[in-house]
Design a protein around this ligand. Structure first.
Ligand code: SAH
Length: 243
């Protein structure tokens, strides 16, 4: 189950943090590490700080976009030092741990961490179902990256141990993977552009609101298929605006 939990580090700029994050993960039994467009390479400093966790570093995957890192994940939770960067569903660390452990029983899940200097940008935050913020000292709330990884992996582990001790609930409904949702949003945007509801170069905040709404609902796979079918049916009746 813990093998279904992926830690995603976006744009990390200190190689030592990559090593410390790997160590934090391994102590909690988590080993799937993915780097998105890292600014630092895995080097001697990473290996030194990973202590005995160089196997986690060795298995690291590197991709260029967050969407690639989470494409096969059913649940994506983004860690943010600021509690309300966007108006998005928020969970605390404990709730994040429970959600991740629960869904990792039969699907891939991811926790996403941002850059040391600027965190995650809005486009990245919008790819997450939930945001998690560790309610630290409001006057000094930004944790070191690897320490944030440690705290949240600990919460996943605690929730996982809890699940092992209790009777497992029914498996959660099958939710679509992030890449299926992304295709749905693109289809939706195209259809409402073709209908004339938005004008592609000036879409305003419509898609952000739509994403937020569907995030809140968390459609199941079957529901997503129905929505795609409805859009396709509507598409046939839309006369495309003149280019
Ligand atoms: N200066 C950045 C903070 C970067 S810290 C900013 O203002 O956003 C690097 C990463 O560690 C963050 O992007 C986040 O993923 C994680 N992190 C740090 N402090 C956190 C906190 N209090 N709660 C949740 N995640 C945190």
């Amino acid at each position: 189950m813990l093998e279904n939990v992926r830690v995603v580090l976006v744009g990390t700029s200190h190689s030592g943090n990559i090593g410390s994050a790997a160590r934090a993960m391994k102590t909690m039994g988590i080993s799937d590490l993915c780097l998105v467009a890292p600014e630092a390479e895995i080097d001697g400093k990473s290996v030194a700080l990973s202590a005995g966790a160089s196997d986690v570093l060795g298995g690291t995957t590197i991709v260029s976009e967050l969407s690639e890192a989470v494409s096969d994940c059913q649940l994506v939770i983004g860690a943010s030092a600021r509690s309300r960067t966007l108006d998005w569903p928020m969970v605390d660390g404990r709730e994040a741990g429970v959600k991740l452990a629960n869904e990792a029983r039969d699907a891939k899940v991811a926790i996403v961490f941002g850059r040391e200097n600027s965190g995650l940008n809005n486009a990245e935050l919008q790819q997450c179902h939930f945001h998690v913020c560790v309610p630290a000292n409001p006057e000094y709330s930004s944790l070191n990256l690897a320490m944030a990884v440690q705290l949240l992996c600990y919460e996943v582990r605690m929730a996982y141990l809890d699940l092992q001790n209790t009777h497992p609930e029914a498996a959660p409904e099958a939710y679509p993977h992030a890449d299926d949702l992304e295709r749905f949003y693109q289809h939706f945007e195209q259809s409402i552009a073709d209908s004339g509801f938005i004008i592609k170069p000036h879409p305003g905040k419509v898609m952000e609101k739509i994403r937020r709404m569907f995030n809140r609902i968390r459609m199941e796979k079957q529901e997503l298929n129905v929505m795609r079918g409805i859009l396709t049916a509507f598409d046939k009746h839309i006369s495309k605006p003149e280019k």
